[in-house]
Design a protein around this ligand. Structure first.
Ligand code: ATP
Length: 514
């Protein structure tokens, strides 16, 4: 399936089956803001539970908090967000469309990368077994020329971003002949910086004094609580604080569904460490977080590391875990070695010591921090991208749409379906089975349609098990248990259902792999 088509398919599937709706749809929607529907909110909660347990439950030195969205405005001065949380913005004068200048250059680079990969795939086919990819990359004139072009653009972009050189960003767009992706126009304005924080006003204080920001990241709520948490939980360094919560960014371009939203949710963990040990912990969290993704069954070639070329103002090392979304490899999660930047800045601006007393060395110091930060909504999109499959049902000539989510993530674990809806005995028995399972799992009773249709619907929302109640059930208390993925149907006694389902859908199955 073409990339565009598979993306459209995911978006329409999310809407049709009650996963995600456009916010305020009856008023034609609010751009880049989305609401999670009944199945979407269940799936999102399961993703959050997996992340939370992998941090807080699986580590005796990581604790969780739930800080407020509003924070003292000085927080954002200290963190650098007031002065430096900007994106370079450019407008097309003809189409009146607005873009991020750095993203336009990145898209140009991705096109060159695409050309290189195409060339290599063709050569692989041509030379077969004897193909030496490394040698080809170094010697094929077209590949070499494109690689040079790519690297030159990459270095220049990194420099322009680090130096805040908006004029050079504009020059790049002109020199690379970059056109408006929608209209092809090259009539651009200058590039200017745009601060991404949303602001609002405290009711009882007028002017700048009362200006509040909606937090653009959850991390700062952790930093300002560092000593509260350390003292009240008696943690010793190294230890971590985890948090899941909403964040808000006034994104310039927000066109990729829940990939880039103006209101979204982050799952962040700050790991407080001794200065000097940051390399060791950075490597540890890089590996640990990759394992978390792999445990879900995400194919290895859909995930990759991408080291940052231009480091944020707070970081001494940073890497993204990128996922192959339908529109290409993009950031899913960031792992950042943030040094003592944040705690140091808060200490300075607040005048309050944010130091840790090391009982062993009897020294006090401002800890360093390694952070892992993943967007819950991007993770949702990644899970949908992996899971949504259209496949032929063997031997029938029919196709089915099935959401092959890991059973621990599936919104509904088990559907209870009577073979016929107008038979009171069957529906009564089905209700009885549903009632016996509902305290253990999210189950669904459904009798609206033929059994084939009911199966298709459960496949589409990713339900790992369907239990069918038929006439035999009335005689011997056995049911047909249908497996979503293998489509096998086995006869099992009702009293064994709970155990069989639990074994497959238990979140511990994921956590034990970490
Ligand atoms: P990008 O470069 O894509 O804008 P970022 O580097 O600004 O992302 P971070 O500040 O590192 O992102 O935020 C951590 C995580 O939060 C990201 O890896 C991503 O999963 C998520 N995230 C950031 N911005 C958004 C957004 N606008 N919508 C949804 N998720 C987001």
């Amino acid at each position: 399936m073409a990339q565009d088509d598979s993306f459209k398919k995911i978006v329409s599937h999310c809407k049709e089956y009650g996963f995600i709706y456009q916010s305020s749809e009856i008023y034609d929607g609010l751009s880049a803001v989305y609401d999670y529907g009944p199945y979407g909110s269940l799936l999102k909660n399961n993703l959050k539970e997996y992340w939370w347990k992998s941090m807080v439950q699986m580590h005796d030195n990581i604790v969780g908090i739930d800080a407020a969205i509003f924070m003292h405005p000085k927080t954002w001065k200290a963190s650098g967000h007031v002065d430096a949380f900007n994106d370079p913005l450019i407008d097309n004068k003809d189409s009146k469309k607005r873009y991020r200048a750095d993203v336009l250059v990145e898209d140009y680079m991705a096109k060159i990368e695409g050309k290189i990969e195409k060339e290599i795939t063709k050569a692989k086919k041509r030379f077969g077994e004897s193909f030496d990819e490394e040698m080809y990359r170094q010697t094929n004139p077209r590949v070499v020329a494109n690689l040079e072009k790519y690297n030159a653009a990459k270095d220049r972009l990194a420099k322009a971003m680090t130096d805040n050189d908006m004029a050079d960003l504009k020059a790049m767009i002109e020199e690379y002949d970059i056109a408006d992706p929608d209209t092809g126009s090259r009539n651009w304005t200058d590039v200017r910086q745009f601060n991404l924080m949303f602001s609002t006003q405290l009711g009882n204080i007028a002017g700048e004094e009362g200006k509040l920001y909606l937090r653009p990241e959850t991390a700062q709520g952790i930093f300002v609580n560092f000593l509260n948490v350390q003292k009240t939980t008696r943690q010793k360094i190294p230890f971590g604080i985890a948090q899941i919560g909403k964040a808000f960014r006034n994104e310039i371009v927000a066109r990729q569904f829940i990939f880039r939203m103006r209101e979204f949710e982050q799952m962040e963990m700050q790991y407080f460490i001794q200065p000097g040990s940051q390399k060791e912990w950075y490597d540890y969290w890089k590996k640990t977080r990759m394992k978390w993704h792999e445990a879900l069954g995400t194919p290895g070639d859909s995930l990759r590391y991408h080291d940052h070329d231009n480091l944020a103002h707070y970081a001494d090392a940073a890497v993204d875990i990128e996922f192959k979304f339908p529109f290409g490899f993009k950031e899913l999660e960031g792992i950042h070695s943030r040094t003592d930047f944040d705690l140091g800045a808060h200490q300075e601006l607040s005048g309050k010591k944010l130091q840790y007393f090391d009982p062993a060395s009897k020294e006090s110091y401002v800890p360093y921090v390694v952070e892992t930060s993943i967007g819950c909504d991007r993770m949702f999109l990644a899970a949908m991208t992996n899971a949504l499959v259209e496949e032929e049902v063997e031997g029938t000539g029919n196709t089915r749409e099935v959401l092959k989510l890991h059973p621990a993530l599936a919104p509904i674990k088990c559907a209870v379906l009577p073979l016929k809806r107008n038979d009171d005995k069957l529906t009564g028995k089905a209700q009885e089975v549903f009632n016996s399972l509902k305290a253990s799992f999210n189950c669904q009773y459904d009798d609206v349609g033929s059994i084939g249709k009911l199966y298709r619907r459960q496949d589409a929302i990713g339900t790992p098990f369907c239990v069918t109640i038929d006439f035999e059930t009335l005689d011997d208390n056995t049911v047909t248990l249908r497996d979503r993925d293998s489509l096998t149907q086995e006869r099992v006694p009702i009293e064994k259902l709970e155990g069989i389902i639990r074994e497959r859908v238990d979140m511990a199955n994921l956590l034990k792999q970490l």
